[in-house]
Design a binder for this molecule. Structure first.
Ligand code: F6P
Length: 343
């Protein structure tokens, strides 16, 4: 069997470990051959492939990013897109199976192709940990440890200057990174897209901490929307949706805290640092296990399925299981963290 691997969507620490796990297992256990599609679905629709011999994956588990490159190309867009063209590309390159490694968008594309009869299996990927079908996605643990380390550092500079420090982390739709890194770093408020909080409430938590002579630390996910209950705040630099008009949410929160409390406040946007560099041990292991499982699925021609982590087991689920809405932070998990806000 000749198997094509592709990585698509935002990059994620652990992608290379999936590639390594798949190639080593596939060559050693089944004698399969591997190629990689360059830059996600673009490489698939354009037939841009590279050979992946055993030596190409040496030392890859610890390497960040993806050696295949990635893009946000939709496999159905443009004159070259769609299942018929992709089937021709696979035939031309004598590729018998595609392992699509990606998040919600990638898996939705993979599902449509599998439904059209193409030999596609999937591996879930996102630092945001927001896919329904799997308990954890690789990349999440790495992002959490990078954000935790950053907040530990913000604390020492914040304490030296008696400032409130705000850290904006990734999470457009869900707040898993903010929740976990915030709890790990002992943040005094964690603000996530799933639950609104008013700036008065946030400022109250900040003030409580400051009054005890400590430096308040606030973590905010990029998709957080404040609760503009206060008439004085509503409408001020805020869109109808509740999102700040200019700058990121971290900047907005920082200005509001400073204005309401009078405490000097600084904002840090962690951005793509959370996605860069080497994966943690946990993510290397999870990614390697998923790579092995994906090859086994392709070997058994289990098209239309993806591997997922349930508890400590790697299982097989239909693509549709991953596409049933995003996995949001449940109320109980947020309330649990909230017990320590302002403390
Ligand atoms: O989906 C993963 C993610 O890291 C989000 O948390 C973030 O909003 C987005 O990607 C950033 O994407 P880009 O790399 O395209 O700026």
């Amino acid at each position: 069997m000749r198997i094509g691997l592709m990585t698509s969507g935002g990059d994620c620490p652990g992608l290379n470990a999936v590639i390594r796990g798949a190639v080593l297992h596939g060559i050693k256990s089944f004698g399969h051959e591997f190629v990689g599609f360059r830059d996600g679905w673009r490489g698939v629709v354009e037939g841009d492939v590279m050979e992946l011999p055993r030596q190409s994956v040496r030392g890859l588990a610890r390497q960040g990013g993806t050696i295949l490159g990635t893009s946000r190309t939709n496999p159905f867009d443009g004159p070259q897109g769609g299942p018929e063209n992709i089937a021709k590309v696979l035939e031309h390159h004598e590729i018998d199976a595609v392992i699509a490694i990606g998040g919600e968008g990638t898996l939705a594309g993979a599902k449509r192709l599998a439904d059209a009869g193409l030999p596609v299996v999937g591996v879930p990927k996102t630092i945001d940990n927001d896919l329904q079908a799997t308990d954890y996605t690789f990349g999440f643990d790495t992002a959490v440890s990078i954000a935790t380390d950053a907040m530990d550092r913000l604390r020492t500079t914040g304490e030296s200057h008696h400032r409130c420090m705000v850290a904006e982390v990734m999470g457009r739709h869900v707040g898993w990174i903010a929740l976990h890194s915030g709890m790990a770093a002992g943040a005094h408020a964690i603000l996530i897209p799933e639950f609104r909080e008013s700036m008065e409430q946030v400022s109250e938590w900040v003030r409580e901490v400051h009054d005890r002579g400590r430096s308040p630390l606030v973590v905010v996910a990029e998709g957080f929307i404040p609760d503009h209950r206060d008439e004085a705040i509503a409408g001020k630099g805020v869109e109808a949706s509740g999102r700040p008009r200019l700058g990121g949410i971290g900047e907005y929160i920082t200005q509001e805290i400073e204005q309401i409390t009078g405490i000097e406040t600084r904002n840090t946007i962690l951005g793509h640092i959370q996605r860069g560099g080497a994966p943690t041990g946990f993510d290397r292991v999870l990614a390697t296990r998923l790579g092995i499982a994906a090859v086994a699925m392709a070997h058994e021609k289990q098209w239309g399925k993806m591997c997922a982590l349930r508890g400590t087991d790697v299982v097989r689920v239909d693509f549709s299981a991953a596409l049933d809405g995003l996995k949001a932070v449940p109320r109980e998990r947020y309330d649990e963290a909230k017990e320590l806000f302002g403390r």
